[in-house]
Write a protein that binds this ligand. Sequence first.
Ligand code: ADP
Ligand code: MG
Length: 468
Amino acid sequence: MSKLLTKHKLIFSEILNRLKKEIGDTNYALSFSSVELVSLENEILIFGVPADFFKETIEKNHLEKIKEIAINSNITEVIVIVSDQKNAADFFSQEEKNDAKEKNSKKSTKTILAKPVTPQHETQEDALNPEFSFTNFVVGSSNSFAHSVATVIAKNPGEAHNPCLIYGNVGLGKTHLLQAIGNYIRHNFTDRKVLFYPSEKFLNAFTFAIANKKSRDFKNKIRNADVLLLDDIQFFSNKPSLQEEFYHSFNTLLLEKKQMVFASDRPIHQIRDLEERLQSRFRSNMIVDLQPPEPEMALGILHNALNKNSITDIDTEVINYIVERLRYNIRDMLGFVSRIVGYQSLTGNIVDLITIKQWAMDYSPKKNNQRRNTVDKILSVIANYYDIAVTELKSKKRNRRISHVRHIAIYLIKELTRCSQTDVGDIFNVTHVSVSKAIVQIDKERDIDPHFADEIEEIKERIYQKGD
Ligand code: ADP
Ligand code: MG
């Protein structure tokens, strides 16, 4: 591990320690039992948690506090993402050492710096998680096409399906497949250079390179890859200089028949502010999608996870309930297994259906709450900005000014939440056709009128700033 990385981890763990003191051990354990440092660069701290549920809880209840603490370390922005937790265990051993440090300060700082390193951690951005392999990937009708394309790519890098775009909702196996390709190539074509980047890290590395006048090095690094795996490209949205740079790298890599695979959690045309030429590149060859697993496949994944944790004594009705309720997000489903493991080892009891049902409330219904919160927040910021009442905004009033503001609200709710057009229509009591018209109209206006575009940005800024 580089010294810089160790230093970043120390800063992060100090922030967590302070947070733990402020919110208490129980609260801390509930939300932060598995966190990892993703990056700390340019005053931006990004850390990862294993599932949406944790991200939402932390954003709602603790993010402001973390920011307050972090500002002391010159960190101006803190972002939580759902990550693959590759470094979480590593981080925890780090944190234990920090506890020791409190007791015996100087000596153990040395211990941390002297901690033995694995080369994988040297370059975090291209670290692959060996757990994400083809062997561990359960195949069913919902993902069999994506799986077979991925295996063909892994066996013939650069020669078949280039570039390939994997598209699917969160928690359905995009990162797993992407990394399975990377792991396979690393094992079977040892001379090929495989780069794996979550796009936010790609952006970070890129920004860092520019700030340190090393953009040429960065470009070379990308262009020298034989296989480039780029995860979560929806993150390219609204980042023109990143798009510009990537566009050129893309062309170079394609010309040289280097394999590229991308993953996105939404269709390319729904990635806002993504240059047309890049859109067409992303979808220029093979597109595969991942759908939620059918029950048999979900059952297979669940059984594997339970077996791996040596949990054999579990009710069929519990299993069936989890499959039925949570199979739409495999990550959440696996998060449930972690909870079961924790519960059973802590209490010695076998988890029953009532408990499971209680836990399940934390997932989907909470998500809906969260969604409502966000919609309410957006509505109130917009109403406030234009000095009208939220009730007017939602009313059928046809006054020109009010209906314009209503269109802006429709537009921003669609952009900032996961609401479908029908969901948005329900909020305003209009059809999805009207929703669609409003979006097109605001989009146009935003394109031709820079003042209006700024206005929208300012409103968005306010929405982000207004916590819950
Ligand atoms: P995404 O990137 O689409 O949000 P991930 O690839 O991170 O989702 O998958 C979420 C979790 O579900 C991971 O732990 C992954 O290993 C697991 N998973 C997803 N699909 C499968 C599958 N087909 N078989 C086994 N595990 C899977
Ligand atoms: Mg992912």
